[in-house]
Write a protein that binds this ligand. Structure first.
Ligand code: F6R
Length: 579
């Protein structure tokens, strides 16, 4: 949540920050702001709305100066408005800071500062920080010492960047929120993720937990929060900036849906041997994740139980600390595209404290999750920008299949994905029949259940239509009372051992007037459906790959048909770094 970018160097900071904010917009997009240390002093511009519209109104890039910070917000404390947008300044307007995370003790700190005469203009937890630094500076400390002293007072999570007028430095620190430092020639960058800096550098240092850094034109120095200098080793990534561009597609989501046919090769080529050996050593396996990644976790569980006879538990990460009892004989597999999800990190903290071994599946090199894991498998899906996860889900599946079935040949998967993508025009038409509905149900059995859940999540998050998924057999235990004339039911009914049971479910739905759209590869199912999406015949083990693509396309086209930007659904953010 919230995107941060900072720049110090020889170029026009406002332009670099503006472009970085556009890349970071997936992290939050309710308000945005930029502060630049201009030749005439500190200049702050911020407002409610998305990066492009606010920048157009306030002319971000007309600000001169070579040091600055920017922020795109996802509201936690206080509504989206100009006052609550970052950066926030101190009482003098000469210190400015941006923050991602939650300062849990901000009320108490704010009261203390108010008593000392500080004036506040926002409802946010974040605004206190610039004032804390102002206060410490008044007591005689230099900016860096004041920065460290202020950080010590914070409870909660933070990625913070701060600058003070006339210094040509940016001070940054992190605790439980991501921040990556970019290293250039005669210039330094800081941002919430690498993609915002890719057009300038490919050399990065992800800031560690409870670490700080001071960025200058001549380079970056790293410190512990106690102020002790530490040495860090930069890493080089070979992602190119155009991997995060739309490449002619109307939205990132559509591009990323199409990306799947290429990136799944990369995921299938990932070396999973060490992780594989780890999994086979443990009898007790927990898989933990959130949202779409949780659906991948469920696939792991279903596949492992069904095909390998090995029981394991898939537990939603935010629930994990309350219901799971891992110990030193437990392997905990965390699945997280971003590697930064706070709920998943908390689950791992719990597991680690109990002595469990951690295996992480993530897409982002150097992300927080990689630092707590004993073993990491990278998804290799390239950057995913759209808020709705698509290509990283199929990459997660590909990696899971490799982990569980190391001896199988999965070279058919890219072709299965390409075949499903051929359905685009057909799905676009089906979206027209759904766009005006208020409820949509998804049903499946066996391996189709996690895919049905993923289809429902995708549809609801980007179209705002209520969508729910059930195992087909559960309909009669309650949800069937909701099936009336014309209610769409998307039935995942591929030809496997579940097909006849699914046929029964489809008949139940039709008998109550429900409108069945089925994914199938059999005449019998097609005949019973109002609309049939025909899948190519593949090994039943691989049906999930064939089914998930049409569901992603359906969610995308329903969203577009309803006039929504699928890349930026309301109230959501790509990287969920609050619990
Ligand atoms: C849905 C979606 C979210 C994420 C969830 C976990 O399209 O993207 O449900 O899957 O927030 O995120 P990661 O995988 O980054 O931990």
């Amino acid at each position: 949540m919230c995107g941060i970018i900072g720049y110090v160097g020889g170029k026009k900071a406002s332009e670099i920050i503006y472009r970085g904010l556009k890349t970071l917009e997936y992290r939050g997009y309710d308000s945005v702001g930029v502060v630049v240390d201009t030749p005439k002093g500190m200049e702050l511009r911020k407002g409610k709305g998305m990066v492009e519209e606010v920048s157009e109104a306030l002319q971000f890039t007309s600000m001169d100066g070579t040091t600055g910070i920017g922020h795109t917000r996802w509201a936690t404390h206080g509504v989206a408005c100009k006052e609550n947008a970052h950066p926030h300044t101190d009482c003098t307007g000469k210190i400015a800071s941006v923050h991602n995370g939650v300062i849990e003790n901000y009320q108490e700190l704010k009261e203390g500062l108010k008593k000392k005469g500080h004036k506040f203009s926002s409802e946010t937890d974040s605004e206190i920080f610039a004032h804390l630094v102002e206060d410490e500076k008044k007591a005689g400390k230099d900016t860096f010492q004041a920065f460290l002293a202020s950080l010590k007072k914070l409870k909660g999570s933070f990625a913070i960047a701060l600058l003070a007028e006339g210094e040509r430095k940016i001070y940054v620190a992190r605790k439980n929120s991501p921040l990556v430092i970019g290293l250039g020639k005669g210039e330094s960058f800081a941002a919430s993720d690498m993609t915002a800096m890719l057009e300038h550098t490919k050399d990065f240092v992800p800031l560690g937990e409870m670490e700080a850094a001071v960025l200058e034109t001549g380079g970056v120095k790293f410190y512990s929060l106690e102020g002790k200098e530490i040495q860090k080793t930069p890493m080089h990534v070979d992602w190119s900036p155009d991997m995060a561009e739309k490449g002619g597609y109307a939205h990132f989501m559509l591009k990323e849906i199409y990306d799947q046919k290429h990136f799944v090769y990369e995921s299938l080529a990932t070396d999973v041997s060490a992780a594989n050996a780890l999994i086979s050593r443990y009898k007790s396996v927990h898989i933990t994740a959130c949202g779409t990644s949780y659906h991948a976790a469920l696939m792991f569980k279903y596949l492992s139980q069904k095909y390998l006879g090995k029981a394991c538990d898939a537990i939603i990460a935010s629930e994990y600390p309350f219901i799971a009892s891992p110990d030193k004989d437990t392997l905990v597999i965390a699945i997280s595209q971003s590697g930064e999800t706070a709920d998943t990190m908390k689950a791992l903290e719990h597991a680690k404290a109990k002595g469990a071994k951690i295996l992480a599946l993530t897409n982002v090199v150097g992300s927080s999750i990689t630092r707590v894991a004993d073993e990491v498998v990278y998804l290799n899906s390239g950057p995913e920008v759209s808020v709705a996860a698509t290509k990283t889900f199929t990459s997660q599946l590909a990696v899971i299949y490799k982990l569980l079935f190391p001896d199988n040949d999965f070279s058919e998967i890219p072709k299965i994905i390409s075949d499903s993508l051929q359905k685009e025009a057909e799905i676009k038409k089906i979206a027209e029949t759904i766009k005006g509905k208020t409820d949509v149900f998804f049903i499946g059995r066996g391996l189709s259940v996690p895919i049905a859940m993923e289809g429902a999540l995708k549809l609801k998050e980007i179209s705002y239509i209520h969508a729910e998924a059930y195992p087909g057999g559960e309909l009669k235990h309650g949800p069937l009372s909701l099936i009336t004339e014309g209610v769409p039911v998307i039935a995942l009914a591929p030809s496997d051992e579940t097909v006849y049971k699914m046929l029964g479910n489809i008949k139940e739905v039709r008998a109550r007037g429900g409108f069945v759209i089925s994914l199938n590869n059999s005449q019998e199912i097609a005949k019973e459906s109002n609309i049939s999406i025909n899948l190519s015949s593949v090994d039943p083990l691989l049906h999930p790959f064939a089914m998930v693509i049409p569901l992603q396309l359906l969610a995308y086209y329903v969203s577009v048909a309803r006039g929504i930007n699928p890349d930026r659904p309301r109230n959501l953010a790509k990287s969920v770094t609050v619990e």
